[in-house]
Write a protein that binds this ligand. Structure first.
Ligand code: ZN
Length: 132
């Protein structure tokens, strides 16, 4: 069961400009910024206070995410629910016929994560995360 919305993932073409925008317009604070070659992105977690976070994602050149950015442009990419146990939620969803992208939890930017196919969630890419 989802405990809360952990963060909203946003695809951007330039992470430094996007960070400045969210900082200047919404007073967001940078929690973490890292390059994640295995996910093909440079990612930043921005805190808006009271546990509300944004995850900005700038694709690395020639990555799958670069192709997504090229095709769809900047904007909302995914929404992330925090859960107690990602693998338990995956089997619960799978039993209900929900199509999974990840069959098992894997290490993510923050803790263990898994993605659910947007086809099964009304066009929304959903990430589950379990904090370490
Ligand atoms: Zn995310």
């Amino acid at each position: 069961m989802a405990k809360r919305v952990d963060h909203i993932g946003i695809l951007v073409s330039n992470i430094d400009e996007a960070i400045r925008l969210y900082r200047d317009c919404f007073d967001a604070k940078i929690d973490k910024i890292e390059t994640l070659p295995e996910r093909g992105v440079k990612a930043a977690i921005l805190s808006l206070g009271q546990g509300a976070n944004l995850e900005l994602l700038e694709p690395l050149p020639n990555s799958n995410m670069a192709r997504v950015l090229e095709k769809r442009g900047e904007g909302l990419h995914h929404i992330t629910f925090e859960v107690d146990n990602v693998d338990r939620e995956l089997s619960h969803l799978s039993e209900r016929g929900v199509e999974l992208i990840d069959k098992k939890a894997r290490p993510g930017f923050e803790g263990m994560v898994a993605f659910i196919h947007p086809k099964s969630i009304r066009g929304v890419l959903v990430e589950l995360c379990q904090k370490a």
